[in-house]
Design a protein around this ligand. Structure first.
Ligand SMILES: *[C@@H]1O[C@H](CO)[C@@H](O)[C@H](O)[C@H]1NC(C)=O
Ligand SMILES: *[C@@H]1O[C@H](CO)[C@@H](O)[C@H](O)[C@H]1NC(C)=O
Ligand SMILES: *[C@@H]1O[C@H](CO)[C@@H](O)[C@H](O)[C@H]1NC(C)=O
Ligand SMILES: *[C@@H]1O[C@H](CO)[C@@H](O)[C@H](O)[C@H]1NC(C)=O
Ligand SMILES: *[C@@H]1O[C@H](CO)[C@@H](O)[C@H](O)[C@H]1NC(C)=O
Ligand SMILES: *[C@@H]1O[C@H](CO)[C@@H](O)[C@H](O)[C@H]1NC(C)=O
Ligand SMILES: *[C@@H]1O[C@H](CO)[C@@H](O)[C@H](O)[C@H]1NC(C)=O
Ligand SMILES: *[C@@H]1O[C@H](CO)[C@@H](O)[C@H](O)[C@H]1NC(C)=O
Ligand SMILES: *[C@@H]1O[C@H](CO)[C@@H](O)[C@H](O)[C@H]1NC(C)=O
Ligand SMILES: *[C@@H]1O[C@H](CO)[C@@H](O)[C@H](O)[C@H]1NC(C)=O
Length: 301
């Protein structure tokens, strides 16, 4: 492994440069929820972590109430057993910051009472390079998404993070269809505005009362869905998606595998072939990172 040394120098150089670059990300654990015993149990911080990409140089910020909460960096073994006996490090004042200096897995728990057992625990995986950015792959045609997959459309056990996590890694384009599967008579789908989505006010643009409700996305921009049933929205039955472009019309040769579903209707694309889907912001960092990496490699070799 003659290159190993050079490689670690490279990694350190990259990490050091990232300290000063826009690519360094500060992750607020749990976002607005902060660091506490999560209402949704252990799944809450898991869902949060799954929606993030942690790279070397990033900072984790735990925001909590001093005295009532704390955060311990522990081993995998201690994480599994909620063992707070001998943590790697313990921070008792908020905000507690951890700089992710190395790749690999990091484990955090609370040492208070039964907090860890109740779900106040976080496992993350730090990678060296920004993960594969959610760059839209060209598609042959529209996609049909089943909202919530097998769980369908209901008040999700994990709270509103559930549908956020479901939507997180998906690309929605004009022509795609959302299929909401729910129980007739005890659920429905309400199309709402952003305000009504945020505030859970019962004012709807359109309501679908029979399952499955197949909704074809016809406009670019944000779309919001919830329920007209009392408290369902507050309890997390809400979905926000962002339609970021138009799907590419199927090519006559049909060389790409995904066949357009016959049940999906979509309008003709005005003005011939549509432009490729709008790429999302993370790519900018990706390109930045790539050119940075090339510069560093050139420096060392
Ligand atoms: C940290 O938590 C406190 C109270 O829980 C809150 O007021 C504050 O806005 C939070 N800070 C951040 C950066 O989330
Ligand atoms: C907790 O960790 C300590 C120190 O690593 C160890 O001595 C102890 O046996 C562990 N306790 C349990 C219940 O695993
Ligand atoms: C922790 O990070 C936050 C956000 O970057 C920053 O505002 C705060 O000053 C940091 N605290 C410490 C102790 O470094
Ligand atoms: C990362 O490195 C900095 C500077 O050496 C150090 O202060 C910090 O504690 C390290 N973070 C972790 C999680 O080890
Ligand atoms: C962490 O990421 C590495 C590299 O991508 C992978 O090999 C490893 O299995 C991951 N660990 C977990 C717990 O996901
Ligand atoms: C929603 O709540 C915000 C403040 O939380 C308020 O400014 C806004 O007017 C509310 N919108 C509706 C439609 O009630
Ligand atoms: C809901 O009602 C519609 C129309 O009555 C029916 O076609 C559909 O099968 C029902 N769906 C479920 C899940 O019961
Ligand atoms: C809705 O979509 C599902 C899944 O693609 C399909 O089986 C069903 O026939 C569609 N129903 C309607 C009314 O289009
Ligand atoms: C919400 O509005 C719909 C129709 O506008 C109504 O049928 C439903 O009962 C309302 N729900 C609540 C909880 O007020
Ligand atoms: C939706 O996508 C557009 C274009 O990619 C972007 O400008 C906008 O900020 C996105 N909105 C949200 C809420 O992510």
């Amino acid at each position: 492994m003659g290159g190993g040394h050079k490689f670690s120098i490279l990694a350190i150089a990259v990490a050091a440069l990232l300290q000063y670059s826009a690519a360094q990300t500060t992750h607020y654990v749990g976002d607005d929820l902060g660091w506490l015993v999560p209402p949704g149990g252990p799944i809450a911080y898991q869902i949060w972590a799954d929606a993030q990409t942690f790279t070397v140089g990033d900072i984790l910020v735990f925001n909590f109430t001093d005295g009532e909460q704390d955060v311990a960096w522990v081993t995998k073994e201690a994480f599994k057993n909620c063992n707070s006996t001998d943590p790697i490090s313990l921070k008792a004042t908020s905000p507690a910051n951890f700089t992710l200096n190395t790749t690999g897995e990091y484990y955090f728990i609370s040492t208070k009472d039964r907090h860890c057992w109740l779900g106040q625990k976080l496992a993350i995986n730090v990678t060296e390079y920004p993960g594969p950015s959610p760059s839209p792959t060209p598609r042959s045609g529209p996609v049909t998404y089943t909202v919530g997959d097998d769980l369908g459309w209901l008040v999700p056990p994990g709270g509103e993070l559930f549908y956020a996590a479901w939507a997180y890694d998906k690309i929605f384009l004009v022509g795609d269809t959302l299929v909401f599967n729910f129980v007739n008579g005890s659920q429905d789908v309400a199309v709402v505005t952003k305000d009504n989505y945020k505030n859970c006010t019962n004012s709807t643009i359109e309501v679908y009362t029979t399952s499955p409700a197949n909704i074809t996305l016809t406009t670019i921009g944000e779309h919001y869905f919830t329920s007209t049933y009392e408290r369902h929205c507050f309890l997390g039955q809400k979905l926000a998606i962002n339609v970021t472009g138009k799907s590419i019309a199927p090519t006559p040769s049909g060389s790409i595998a995904v066949p357009p579903s016959s049940s999906v209707s979509y309008g003709p694309t005005p003005g011939g072939p549509s432009p490729p889907p709008v790429s999302s912001a993370p790519n900018v960092n990706g390109y930045f990172f790539t050119s940075l990496l090339i510069a560093v490699v050139a420096f060392f070799y």
